[in-house]
Design a protein around this ligand. Structure first.
Ligand code: GLC
Ligand code: CA
Length: 557
């Protein structure tokens, strides 16, 4: 089936936090194998694993030392082969993370590259001379704070790192680098994996003038115009597709921060021969202030609807959307867009409905199907993520933000919220491990865990199961076109999906009080069928009253 990835639901695993099999407090491949039946029961089609490769873990595996070896803490290549075989045996496909914008500074290519200016690997990375005053080649800031350049003593030049100092950027201008990467991809594909999620793939082509970015009064310049959707990115992806991807029946999803719908049409258009879909970030950036995620702003529903609608309409017939609320870089959706206290289950289910009824391929991040929430970081010592730790130090020492204020932002938005251990049951350490985990378990694990929800009617887990089943059962959910109703409402998110004679109506309330709603004419009769709802519903005709965070989906034939 050529379009299997359009009809699939993907589940993302962050291996470090999913399940520990050997009592060292760190999740691993055998842990994943032991939970495949759980994933099969949920009903997902595809697993995406965050990086499992050999890495010194400066950025939890997104800094790769060896692309063709497994991280020791996660197991061995034999464990991986077993996982692949066991997943396939259950009809589950397996997609790996492809991190090729950068490597670890401990990768052998970089170890060679830094040795001398005429080393054969020198041009695998991006090196530049400092300015005459000793400053870096330009003013670009790194995503993880500080300058994007690091001085290296051996050759007295700087290397570029858009992320941490231990993540030097690869030089995609060099055809040898591209060859190495394509060969490595072929090696994994020949093992039988089913595709790649491509890390910050729209950052691989850098504008070669390396000029200063705008500072907006801040310490560092903004590199985005020179590195995001850069001049040769489409050429590189077409080459990758032609040389590698086109030879396999696999799925690809590119992580593309700051991509517009026009960019996404080029990345995912069927005739472009680049990628199947991308992760866009607009709905994840709605609370950001002046480009910074470190704020306590809350989103507005009208903005959220506008962004989703733009993407639904923008890619309709011209590409393909991915649908996500959560991943390993985002706080938990029920804490962010719902109410994780008073309306915890209702809002978790409503948010799931809102996303899963749109056009595109849905992604579920581990624990989302249980309604896992943000955690509490009592101090910066509770955090593990290099992004938050660096930002905390930079903002509290150089930008006049108080430690309390910064901690409040970290509690709201930091990536570690997604990385606390998966909550399997109410035993010690949430059944994730028999030892103290590498990052603390969320205190609410006794109440929110898989054992309390699997095979329990009315649970968040069984609601996700049902949403997945519906998608498999009704092609209208996969393929129909999208139209927003009530764009001005700050309480209701209502949309239709239309395919031929069939129409689907999704009604989601983001309000914490009752809201009245008049059904569109066509649905104001007895012909409609209620597909799913997060409260018990009476048959209704013209008018309904939606309870806090209520969600309903009606089908009309
Ligand atoms: C992507 C990953 C993130 C990582 C960064 C650098 O954004 O999702 O986790 O830190 O790239 O690899
Ligand atoms: Ca382990």
């Amino acid at each position: 089936m050529a379009n299997w990835w359009k009809e699939s639901v993907v589940y993302q695993i962050y291996p470090r936090s999913f399940k520990d099999s050997n009592g060292d407090g760190i999740g691993d491949l055998q842990g994943i194998i032991s939970k495949l039946d759980y994933l099969k029961a949920l009903g997902i089609d595809v697993l995406w694993l965050s990086p499992i490769y050999d890495s010194p873990n400066d950025d939890n595996g997104y800094d790769i030392r060896n692309y063709q070896a497994i991280m020791q803490e996660f197991g061995t290549m034999a464990d991986f082969d077993e996982l692949l075989q066991q997943a396939h045996h259950r009809g589950i496909k397996l997609v790996l993370d492809l991190v090729v914008n950068h490597t670890s500074d401990e990768h052998v290519w970089f170890a060679e590259s830094r040795k001398s200016k005429n080393n054969p690997y020198r041009d695998y990375y991006i090196w530049g001379d400092g300015k005459t005053d000793g400053k870096p080649p330009n003013n670009w800031g790194s995503v993880f704070s500080g300058s994007a350049w690091k001085y290296d003593d051996a050759t007295r030049q700087y290397y570029l790192h858009m992320f941490s100092q231990k993540q030097p950027d690869l030089n995609w201008e060099n055809p040898k680098v591209r060859n190495e990467i394509y060969n490595m991809m072929v090696w994994w594909l020949d093992k039988g994996i089913d595709g790649f999620r491509m890390d910050v793939i729209n950052m691989i082509s850098k504008e070669q003038s390396f000029q200063d970015g705008e500072t907006y009064g801040g310490l560092y310049g903004n590199p985005s115009p020179y590195i995001i959707n850069g001049p040769r990115v489409h050429e590189f992806l077409k080459e990758m597709n032609q040389r590698v991807l086109s030879k396999y029946d696999v799925m690809t999803v590119g992580e593309t921060p700051a991509a517009t719908t026009e960019d996404a049409q080029r990345y995912t258009g069927e005739n472009e021969h680049e990628l199947n879909m991308v992760f866009q970030f607009e709905h994840m950036g709605l609370e950001a202030a002046g480009g910074s995620k470190w704020t306590d702003r809350r989103f507005r529903l009208t903005d959220l609807k506008q962004v989703f609608t733009k993407w639904q309409k923008g890619l309709e017939g011209r590409g393909w959307n991915s649908l996500y609320w959560n991943n390993h870089d985002q706080p938990r959706v029920v804490s962010r867009f719902g109410n994780d206290k008073k309306y915890w289950a209702q809002s978790a289910k409503m948010l799931a409905t809102c996303l899963h009824m749109q056009q595109g391929t849905p992604y579920i991040y581990q624990g989302e199907e249980l309604g896992m929430t943000n955690t509490v970081f009592h101090s910066i010592d509770d955090c593990r993520d290099i992004e938050a730790i660096n930002a905390y130090h930079e903002m509290t020492t150089q930008q006049g933000v108080s430690p309390q204020e910064m901690l409040c932002y970290i509690n709201r938005i930091s990536r570690d919220n997604a990385r606390t251990p998966m909550q399997w049951d109410s035993s010690a350490f949430a059944g994730f491990s028999t030892a103290e985990p590498w990052i603390a378990v969320n205190e609410n694990y006794k109440r929110i865990n898989a054992a309390a929800q699997v095979e329990v009617e009315g649970s968040v887990f069984s609601y996700y199961q049902k949403l997945i089943q519906l998608r498999h059962q009704y092609p209208i959910i996969v393929y129909a076109s999208f139209d927003l109703l009530l764009p001005e409402s700050e309480e209701l998110f209502v949309f239709t999906r239309t395919r031929g004679e069939q129409q689907l109506l999704t009604i989601c309330s983001f309000a914490e009080q009752n809201v009245e709603y008049h059904l569109p004419q066509r649905f104001a009769d007895d012909e409609k069928q209620l597909l799913i709802a997060n409260y018990p519903c009476e048959p209704c005709t013209e008018k309904i009253t939606l309870r806090p965070y209520e969600a309903r989906v009606y089908l009309h034939k």
